[in-house]
Structures are given as structure tokens and as C-alpha cells.
Ligand binder design. Structure first.
Ligand SMILES: [Zn+2]
Ligand SMILES: [Zn+2]
Length: 137
């Protein structure tokens, strides 16, 4: 089993949640694909007629609540999901305005910078995390 899935399975069990087929398969898709996916795309990739779209929604809702997945809104009104940073690693997104294609990039231009100070935040504000999506062609 992929180590991330093993960790998530342990987390789910500790939270009193069953390891069901939809949950396992949604995680398998999110582990295999290196860019965020819409719910319908995840469902399509499952290719399992026994799992309906609402099961995928429910699985994602639970994963989001447990901080296993991250929900991304990229301006087109559709929520997309990917594994949370703890499992997927820190990265950013390149979004093509023309075709909507999304690419993950693992280099971070902000790493090691004092972002709070750079943006003029109050000294008491400690930056904990950041996200950055770049739009272009
Ligand atoms: Zn991503
Ligand atoms: Zn970054």
C-alpha cells in the first residue's frame, strides 16, 4: 500500500470512520493524479459503477473535515480537490486561462522569506502557511 494511504487509513480509523470502498478508491485516485480534480473527474476516474457521485461527495466532505484533502477554488466556480500538504507536499499551481489545464509545481518562490514583514503585516502576525496560484496562458 502507498504510505500516504496507509497514514490516512490510520487517521480515519482513529477518528472512528470506517474504511469503505468509496473512501479507499477516492484516495487512490487523489494519490495517483498530480493535479487537483473536480468531483466529477474523480468519479469518472474511479470507473466503478457501484460507486455513485454522491458517495464521492460524501467521501471528499469527510476527508476535507479531517484535513486529508485540500479544496481549491480557482475562479471558475468549480471546487477541486487534492491531497493536503501533509500528504502531497508543499507546491503551487499553474492554471491556463485558455484551456483550464492545471499543473502542480513543487518549487516555491516564497520559501524562506519573511512574508509577514514583506507585506507589512503587524509584527505580532506569524505567517503559518500560504497558497499561490498563477494564472496565465
Ligand atoms: Zn496541487
Ligand atoms: Zn510556497
Amino acid at each position: 500500500m502507498i504510505p500516504e494511504i496507509d497514514r490516512i487509513r490510520t487517521l480515519l480509523t482513529a477518528a472512528g470512520c470506517a474504511w469503505t470502498r468509496p473512501r479507499a478508491q477516492v484516495l487512490a485516485v487523489l494519490t495517483a493524479v498530480a493535479h487537483p480534480l473536480r468531483v466529477e473527474e474523480i468519479h469518472r476516474r474511479l470507473g466503478d459503477p457501484r460507486i455513485n457521485l454522491s458517495s464521492v461527495y460524501r467521501a471528499l466532505h469527510l476527508f476535507h473535515r479531517l484535513n486529508v484533502v485540500r479544496r481549491l477554488l480557482l475562479g471558475d466556480g468549480a471546487a477541486r480537490y487534492e491531497l493536503a500538504e501533509a500528504y502531497r507536499g508543499h507546491h503551487h499551481h499553474l492554471v491556463c486561462d485558455a484551456c483550464g489545464r492545471i499543473e502542480d509545481v513543487s518549487r516555491c518562490p516564497l520559501e524562506g522569506r519573511d512574508l509577514g514583514a514583506a507585506l507589512g503585516a503587524a509584527a505580532a502576525f506569524a505567517v503559518r502557511s500560504h497558497s499561490l496560484e498563477l494564472f496565465g496562458l
